[in-house]
Design a protein around this ligand. Structure first.
Ligand code: UDP
Length: 261
C-alpha cells in the first residue's frame, strides 16, 4: 500500500507528501526488507531556512531520498501555496515506528549522538520499551566523528537503522559523508530525540502540541533558541500572502522568498 503523492516544494526543498503510516508502508518497511540504503531528512522551517543560508547544506538535503515535513510551519506554508501536504511527519514519531517495526522483524538499530548520558539512557529506554530490539551499538556525539576507524567501527556492526542525533546540519552532513561506508541501512537525523527518549529533555505536553505551540514550549525551556524562532518567524512571514506582498514592496521577491534568489 502506498500513500505517497509525489513531492511538494517549499523554498526549493522537495518534501515527500505522505503520512506516518503511509511512509512506513511505502518506504521504511520495503527498504529494510530489501536492505536498500535510504537517507531520510525530517525538516522543520529552521532546516529549510538553513538550506537557504548554506548551499552545502542545501546540497546535502537535496541528496536525501526523502525529506519529511517535521513542523507545522512547513504544513502551513505548503497549504498557503495551494499544494497541501497530507500531514506533519515528525522525526521522533518515525523513530518510534521504526523501533517498533525493528523489534517485530528483528532489525538492529545504532544510536549515534547526544551526550553520553542521553545516548546511554535513550538506548536503554528503547531496549526496555522494545525488549526484542537489537541494539547494534551506540556512541555519544562528542568524539571525532569523521575519524575513519570510528566510522568503520560503526559500519562493522552492520546496523539496519542508524539514528544520528547531532543537531541539524551536522547530522545530515555526517550521513551524506559516511553512508557509502555502510552496505545497508536506513539513515535518519533525529536532532534532540535522544534527549527526549532518554528523559533528559521533555517533549512539550500534548496540549501544547495540539495548539501548535511546541516551538513556544521549547523556547521557554531553552531561551537561547530565540534566534532560531526569529528565523522561523521570518519564514512564516515570507509564506503569508499579504505579508509577502508587503515584503516584496520592500525588495523581497516571491522567488527569493522561496529560496531561489
Ligand atoms: N550534539 C552532539 N554532538 C555535537 C553537537 C550536538 O551529539 O557536536 C547533540 C546534542 O547533545 C543534542 C542534539 O545533538 O542531543 C541536538 O539537539 P537539538 O534539539 O539542538 O537539535 P536540532 O534542533 O538542532 O535538530
Amino acid at each position: 500500500m502506498t500513500e505517497q503523492h509525489g513531492n511538494v516544494t517549499v523554498m526549493g526543498i522537495g518534501f515527500t507528501n505522505t503520512t506516518l503510516e503511509g511512509f512506513m508502508d511505502s518506504t521504511i518497511r520495503p527498504c529494510l526488507a530489501s536492505e536498500d540504503k535510504c537517507f531520510i531528512v525530517t525538516a522543520n522551517p529552521e532546516i529549510v531556512i538553513a538550506t537557504r543560508d548554506h548551499p552545502d547544506f542545501r546540497e546535502t538535503v537535496q541528496s536525501a531520498d526523502h525529506v519529511l515535513p517535521d513542523g507545522i510551519g512547513i504544513i502551513n506554508a505548503a497549504k498557503m501555496m495551494g499544494t497541501p501536504l497530507q500531514e506533519r511527519v515528525s522525526g521522533i514519531d518515525v523513530m518510534r515506528e521504526m523501533l517498533a517495526h525493528a523489534e517485530e522483524k528483528g532489525y538492529s538499530a545504532y544510536f549515534l549522538g547526544a551526550k553520553e548520558t542521553s545516548n546511554r539512557k535513550a538506548a536503554e529506554r528503547a531496549q526496555k520499551k522494545f525488549p526484542d530490539l537489537k541494539i547494534a551499538g551506540r556512541h555519544h556525539g562528542y568524539a571525532d566523528l569523521d575519524d575513519e576507524a570510528f566510522v568503520q567501527d560503526i559500519a562493522t556492526t552492520r546496523p539496519d537503522i542508524i539514528f544520528v542525533a547531532l543537531g541539524m546540519m551536522k547530522q545530515e552532513h555526517w550521513i551524506r559523508r559516511h553512508m557509502d561506508r555502510f552496505d545497508k541501512g536506513v539513515f535518519m537525523g533525529v536532532g534532540g530525540s535522544f534527549d527526549v527518549l532518554s528523559g533528559e529533555a521533555k517533549r512539550a505536553p500534548n496540549i501544547w502540541i495540539r495548539f501548535q505551540l511546541e516551538w513556544l514550549y521549547r523556547l521557554l525551556k531553552e531561551p537561547k533558541r530565540i534566534f532560531r524562532v526569529l528565523k522561523v518567524a521570518q519564514f512564516m512571514m515570507l509564506h503569508t500572502p499579504i505579508i509577502s506582498r508587503i515584503m516584496r514592496l520592500f525588495g523581497f521577491s516571491k522567488t527569493r522568498a522561496r529560496g531561489k534568489g
